[in-house]
Ligand binder design. Structure first.
Ligand code: BGC
Length: 508
């Protein structure tokens, strides 16, 4: 398939084919997203398995036996939460390390590191005989996530023909949702395997980790990374191979040019602290806060626990989680389809209203009908499941993928990788905070937790309304001129930068 593509919308048109090789590279790299999703999805199911609880968390298991005593507190245990959240804390630290490895050694070795971390982590977690082994395993998995989530989106953006970049970016989120769904299915089937079902569930991540490791031997390094590291000839050859056309000179020159500008910035993190970097930095960080404080992972990690709490049996709980998992995957396609048609803002605003209504209805039903003990009536429980699904749907076509897409398209090249690393680590930080706090919050606030998340959804909807500009169709290197400079609020940082440069010139 030959297409004429433009590097930056109105820039020079570059000819390229969507080659089979690029397609294979995208599929292999996106397996990194699959492992991330699998890790997110597996924890909730495993922590609901009796064999697992009896072995590592006997007090939680004891409490679960008397579940009728307190619906909201039966799983509350700091150690149990540490099992889930240790991964995200490790990923937070790892993403800064990964950003350095990504620039110094390239995207491909960063993904290879990720797969090795994943494999060792899976081995330790699935083979764990004590809680220390289990947590160390989770930490290594977290390193895998930190390295993978830094390298994969950058790799996808750099290897894709420019006009397919948005869609390919969301392939990462699509793989995340598929990983969550597979984990839900694995949980469902391994829950009935005694006493080692949980080992199979945790060990399942080895399959995509091996695919990523072997696959990463086939994929190429990106031309941008090669040229950035002065391997210009190799970069040119790779570009020719992935584009499938002879004449790649224009695109090659544009990458060389971008790398030259970027190389003048010695310390991208210092540059990130300058006023002009503030709009994409603040938005990139807040998107992660909002994404997590919308309550998505409270639902993702603990969907099985949640369904059990509202009165489904152990298997029905996992089955319900499979339903939310499928809705998550299918709705991501809606995001892929709409993001370049209706724009980013429409999706963010529509879903804020949609998610708010869903959370409020869930909260009201639980507040009214689920006491500290007892179960929900069948009808009310069904309504809760329906609105959990509606909520996941809204997230999947908006705050989910856009949390990754917007930070990847709003930084100028010289701060793009560093800015993205900050966004990734913020995502991990807030995921960690929610993972660590959710069960205690559920126990302390009971159904009030859904009103807590609702309040955040109102804040994020208002933030999107006033502060997130539309970037649909705007050339990636034109964002400063066309998005930030005319924006009613963010323009002040751009003007401050211009003034600053004037002053510097005058004093020279
Ligand atoms: C978020 C994850 C979340 C997932 C749900 C991702 O964009 O970063 O935290 O679990 O979406 O599909």
């Amino acid at each position: 398939m030959a297409v004429v593509v433009s590097a930056n919308g109105n820039g020079p048109a570059f000819e390229a084919k969507m080659t089979v090789y690029v397609f294979v590279c995208v599929l292999i790299a996106a397996v990194g997203g699959l492992i991330f999703g699998y890790d997110i999805g597996i924890s909730g199911g495993v922590t609901a398995m009796d064999d697992f609880l009896k072995k590592f968390f006997p007090t939680v298991w004891e409490r679960k036996q008397h579940a009728h005593e307190n619906n909201y507190c039966k799983y509350d245990n700091q150690h149990l939460q540490l099992f889930t959240s240790s991964l995200y804390l490790a990923a937070l630290v790892a993403s800064f390390l990964a950003s350095a490895v990504c620039s110094k050694l390239g995207r491909k070795p960063t993904m290879q590191f990720a797969s090795v971390f994943f494999l060792i982590g899976v081995g330790l977690a699935a083979g764990a005989d004590n809680i220390v082994m289990l947590i160390i395993g989770r930490i290594l998995l977290g390193f895998g996530v930190g390295f993978g989530n830094q390298a994969v989106p950058l790799f996808l953006s750099e290897i894709a023909p420019a006009q397919l970049r948005g869609g390919l970016n969301i392939v990462f989120q699509l793989m995340v949702t598929i990983g969550i769904l597979i984990a839900n299915l694995v949980n469902y089937f391994t829950a009935t395997v005694h006493p080692n079902g949980w080992r199979f569930a945790l060990g399942g991540a080895a399959i995509p980790a091996v695919i990523l490791l072997l696959g990463s031997l086939i994929i190429c390094e990106t031309p941008t990374s090669l040229i950035e590291r002065n391997k210009n000839e190799e970069g040119r050859e790779t570009l020719r191979k992935i584009r499938g056309v002879e004449d790649i000179n224009d695109e090659y020159e544009s990458i060389v040019h971008a790398c030259e500008i970027a190389s003048q910035v010695k310390d991208p993190y210092r540059k990130l602290l300058k006023p002009a970097s503030r709009p994409p930095l603040i938005i990139g960080m807040l998107l992660q806060l909002f994404q997590q404080f919308s309550g998505i992972n409270a639902i993702m990690f603990y969907a099985p626990v949640l369904f059990q709490t509202v009165g489904f049996g152990s298997n029905a709980a996992l089955l319900s989680a499979v339903i939310t998992g499928s809705i998550n995957v299918l709705s991501t396609f809606v995001g892929i389809y709409l993001v370049d048609r209706t724009g980013r803002r429409f999706l963010l605003l529509q879903s804020s209203v949609h998610m708010l209504i869903s959370q409020l209805i869930i909260g009201i039903i639980l507040a009214k009908d689920l006491g500290i003990t007892g179960t929900l009536g069948k009808a009310q429980a069904m309504v809760v499941v329906v609105f959990v699904c509606a909520y996941v749907m809204g997230f999947a076509w908006s705050w989910g993928p856009l949390g990754w897409l917007i930070p990847s398209e709003t930084f100028p090249l010289e701060t793009r990788s560093a800015g993205f690393a900050v966004a990734v680590s913020c995502n991990m930080l807030f995921t960690f905070v929610i993972a660590q706090a959710f069960l205690s919050m559920l126990c302390g606030m009971r159904s009030g937790i859904f009103f807590f998340f609702s309040a955040w959804i109102i804040v994020m909807g208002l933030f999107a309304l006033f502060f997130i500009p539309e970037t649909k169709g705007v050339a990636i290197d034109d964002v400063r001129e066309r998005v930030w400079k005319p924006h009613w609020f963010w323009k002040r940082y751009m003007l401050a930068e211009d003034d600053h440069q004037d002053v510097e010139k005058r004093t020279e």
